[in-house]
Design a protein around this ligand. Structure first.
Ligand code: ATP
Ligand code: MG
Length: 565
């Protein structure tokens, strides 16, 4: 490709709307342009990268025996009604109706459609196992689209769905996908971690996520390498501590705490540690509100809480009015002493004594709150997010926390969809059996952002080899003035093209500094400089984007450093 034929607008300034570095660099390098909230155009340069991701994914899926198909992006409501997800999915689902007033959605995922395909196509156990996949555009009306293509509303996903006779077959199909995903992320040159995950909306049993490790990641991952444990913080379990509760020392007292509504304000006002306070959160339940009580410095885990009996899923915090109606006070002053509603206590409260808590009276708190005396001793439950230093579930190690970007997710769905939609095949005894399903997603567009989060420097993107839009850039110095430089650069360009190397010739009449800066911003791995001076010596100046040192090398030596096309 010649730069002169590639209208590429790079930006010097950091666009104000972009919060994280990958989004900034994707805009600056001209990979994407924004159309509207969560909607982006992939410009030619960006699309080259996207196609490279797709190619690796496609190759590894094919190698694993999966079959590519392409389903419609628009899906009829009836299929979603069969599984009950038309109601459950909520506002994330973009709904629409056609000229006949029939309802449709723009697919956020394809379990329903593929199960419909499978129940029509697959009849006998002899046809199984089958794994269908597609690479296709999805739409999710995300509450907060942000970080560019990382959390957009329209995005490209690779989604695969396996069909087996039984759980044993499903496990084998799942294992194959685990291996294919590992191969994909290794080939893409990303540093990643596989974590146990909550199976969330889609439901089912085993589920693991593939995360690219990056500080800007939206997910927190709890891990312990000694114990070979890693889980999304959403699903990292913590057990009840083994230690006994210390004895009560303080009497129960009610103190004036005017306008003190947060744990932070409370600890300052009363000069106590957050770990000595009880935080009482009111959520909606099936039969009126439910109280969730945590240690003041701990964070509620919504995924855990919404699984508790009587608690509404998805977890819904009670509004101030409904808190007042249920307790008689504003949210900041609710506490567990004498609270007349279903109450769950987090495990960590099992070792607390002499606590501070809301008094269920406006502008007042209680000090010296003790279990067994002021609050009945009850069973405790797992309600909170784990923190660094917590024990691993086996108790043999200590957790650390890292941030990650979820780029892939594999699930064992079991027969949830096949049963709801009656997707059966005949087994070897001629009996109808619901198929065992798995589903496997990869965020194709998100990978591009995640790769940049992990691979950049002050000057711009530093692409891993497999993702670079071009392998090599040729920068001729003063090509417009020197015929010799022009001829040598053109010759080199043709030679590399003939070798099937993805090469960009910067044939613009621009200053060398501008060309170098653009090549660095775009992140092209290999750079060759052609100038009068190095032509005299029969040399080329070579530089790899990652090490930053440029070297003058004999032409052949320099060309030997380039990848094989
Ligand atoms: P998240 O927790 O990030 O919202 P998810 O768990 O809802 O994602 P899945 O249903 O597992 O997503 O979808 C499979 C993959 O699609 C994800 O692993 C992710 O890489 C990608 N993906 C999901 N939502 C988006 C989005 N809004 N923008 C870009 N990629 C996305
Ligand atoms: Mg997921």
């Amino acid at each position: 490709m010649r730069y002169s034929q590639f209208p590429l607008t790079t930006l010097k300034e950091t666009p104000a709307e972009a919060e994280i570095v990958s989004h900034q660099l994707m805009l600056r390098a001209g990979l994407i342009r924004r159309l509207a909230s969560g909607l982006f155009t992939w410009m030619p340069l960006g699309l080259k990268v996207l196609r490279k991701v797709e190619a690796v994914v496609r190759e590894e899926m094919d190698r694993a025996g999966a079959l590519e198909l392409l389903m419609p992006a628009v899906q009829p409501a009836e299929l979603w009604q069969e599984t009950g997800r038309w109601e459950q999915y909520g506002p994330l689902l973009l709904r629409m109706s056609d000229r006949h007033d029939r309802e449709f959605c723009f697919g956020p995922t394809h379990e329903e459609v593929i199960t419909d395909v499978a129940r029509r196509e697959l009849r006998s156990y002899r046809q199984l196992p089958v794994n269908y996949y597609q690479i296709q555009t999805k739409f999710r009306d995300e509450i907060r689209p942000r970080f560019g293509v990382m959390r957009s509303r329209e995005f490209v996903m690779k989604d695969a769905y396996s069909f087996d006779m039984d759980q044993e077959g499903l496990q084998a199909s799942y294992q194959k996908m685990f291996e294919a995903y590992t191969a994909i992320f290794e080939r893409l040159g990303l540093s990643f971690r596989v974590v146990d995950a909550d199976s969330g909306e889609i439901g089912g049993s085993r589920s693991q996520e593939f995360h690219v490790i990056a500080d800007s990641g939206e997910d927190a991952i709890a891990y312990c390498d000694d114990d070979n444990y890693a889980a999304n913080i959403e699903s990292a379990a913590i057990e009840r501590p083994a230690e006994a509760r210390p004895p009560a020392k303080q009497p129960l007292e009610s103190v004036d705490t005017p306008d003190v509504r947060s744990i932070e304000a409370l600890t300052q006002f009363l000069n106590v540690r957050p770990a000595d306070t009880l935080k009482t959160l009111i959520v909606e339940g099936d039969e009126g509100p439910v109280a969730l009580v945590l240690r003041g410095d701990h964070e509620l885990n919504a995924v855990k809480a919404q699984k508790l009996p009587g608690v509404r899923s998805p977890l819904t915090m009670a509004g101030a009015d409904s808190v007042r109606a249920a307790t008689g006070v504003s949210p900041g002053f609710v506490g567990p002493v004498g609270l007349d509603m279903k109450t769950y206590f987090d495990h960590a409260t099992a070792t607390m004594a002499d606590c501070v808590a809301g008094a269920n009276e406006e502008d007042r708190h209680l000090t010296g709150v003790n279990f067994g005396r002021d609050i009945e001793e009850t069973d405790t439950v797992d309600l909170r997010n784990v923190v660094a230093g917590d024990p691993t579930p086996g108790g043999n190690g200590t957790l650390s926390i890292a941030r990650g970007i979820e780029v892939g997710h594999i699930f064992q769905l079991g027969d949830k969809y096949s049963r709801a939609m009656n997707a059966t095949v005949l087994d070897s005894n001629g009996r109808e059996r619901a198929m065992a399903m798995g589903c496997y997603g990869i965020g194709i567009t998100r990978i591009v952002g995640a790769a940049i989060e992990q691979n950049h420097d002050e000057q711009g993107i530093v692409w891993p080899a497999a993702l670079a839009p071009f392998d090599v850039v040729i920068v001729p110095i003063n090509m417009d003035k020197s015929e010799r430089v022009r001829t040598a650069a053109e010759e080199l360009y043709r030679e590399l093209e003939a070798r099937n190397i993805d090469v960009l010739l910067d044939d613009r009449a621009a200053r060398p500094g501008v060309k170098f800066a653009d090549a660095e911003l775009i992140g092209i791995p290999h750079r060759l400089v052609v100038s009068e001076r190095n032509l005299d010596a029969g040399e080329l100046e070579y530089r790899h984007r990652r090490d930053g040192e440029s070297r003058n090398l004999k032409r052949d030596e320099a060309l030997d450093l380039l990848p094989n096309g």
